[in-house]
Design a protein around this ligand. Structure first.
Ligand code: NAP
Length: 262
């Protein structure tokens, strides 16, 4: 299936590794020009090299801290100046820490707000004016299965990602007349560094990494942890003209882990 992404320009955040990098790779493989952002230069350059090796569209790496307003604005200005337009925005960031409700003070909540919700607000607000003149646009937010089911210890993530889901629904309605779609993709357990660090224990006597993953996978109907490219395939489809009638949706990529029926 040709996703008709050749000539499209995609801005993909938190894309030096993990889910963001997989999304950038999938979009580039379909012919899009991609601009990737993250904070640390070495990983970012390595990701750009990997994507460029596909030999498809242009690739540009721009250092950005998605929690820093000036850094966000500078990235968008550079992208728009160099590529002339932005067709696709993939909002993504590192996740906030896990822990119990009473372990988080105001500073922790403020940081999580800036990382998870405000970054999505800022990028969306600044990118829309670059999408509107093209007559279409795609905003895709990477969220979490915790927006649809209980995930222990995820109070920061869940509370703020539900804000992202609410914002996406509002934007889907407001931007519909501009042919700009806004959707959320909700990963379950996908094998990235984030999952390695948050889900497995390295305490003395703990089972091996593989044993811990296998134990976790028992609760997933498909019986395994997901691969980043399995999430990225959905993102590439949602970014394409073929997904033009899907907006305001939150779509899980979770191997069936969410048990709710609606
Ligand atoms: P990851 O492998 O740890 O990658 C995180 C990426 O985010 C890196 O490229 C990192 O680069 C970048 N990043 C972190 N903070 C940033 C900031 N302030 N500004 C710009 N870039 C930043 O994580 P992942 O698994 O891909 O997760 C991506 C998102 O999906 C997270 O929000 C995570 O909570 C969510 N999620 C993941 C899963 C899963 O199973 N993997 C499940 C549910 C939800 P730098 O550190 O260089 O900036």
């Amino acid at each position: 299936m040709d996703l008709q992404l050749t000539g499209k320009t995609a801005l993909v955040l938190a894309a030096s590794k993990g889910l963001g990098k997989a999304c950038a790779l999938a979009l580039a493989a379909e012919g899009a020009d991609v601009i990737i952002g993250a904070r640390e230069q070495t990983n970012l350059d390595a990701a750009a090299k990997h994507i460029a090796a596909l030999g498809k569209g242009r690739v540009r790496a721009i250092r950005v801290d998605v929690t820093d307003a000036a850094s966000v604005a500078a990235m968008i200005d550079t992208a728009a100046a160099e590529f002339g337009k932005i067709d696709i925005l993939v909002n993504n960031a590192g996740g906030p820490p896990f822990g119990k409700f009473e372990s988080f003070d105001d500073a922790a909540w403020q940081s999580a707000f800036e990382l998870t919700l405000l970054s999505t607000v800022r990028f969306s607000r600044l990118v829309v004016p670059h999408m509107r003149p093209t007559g279409s646009g795609r905003i895709i937010n990477i969220t979490s299965l915790s927006t649809k089911t209980y995930l222990p210890g995820s109070v920061l993530s869940t509370s703020l990602r539900l804000g992202v889901v609410g914002m996406a629904k509002m934007l889907a309605n407001e931007l519909g007349p501009d042919n700009i779609t806004v959707n959320n993709v909700a990963p379950g357990s996908i094998l990235t560094d984030r999952l390695r660090h948050s889900m497995t224990s390295t305490a003395p006597g703990a089972p091996s990494f593989e044993e811990q993953l296998a134990e976790h996978a028992k609760g997933i109907p498909l019986g395994r942890i997901g691969k980043p490219e399995e999430l990225a395939a959905l993102v590439a489809f949602l970014a394409s003209p073929l997904a033009g009638y899907i907006t305001g949706a939150t779509i899980p990529v979770d191997g069936g882990a969410i048990k709710a029926t609606v």
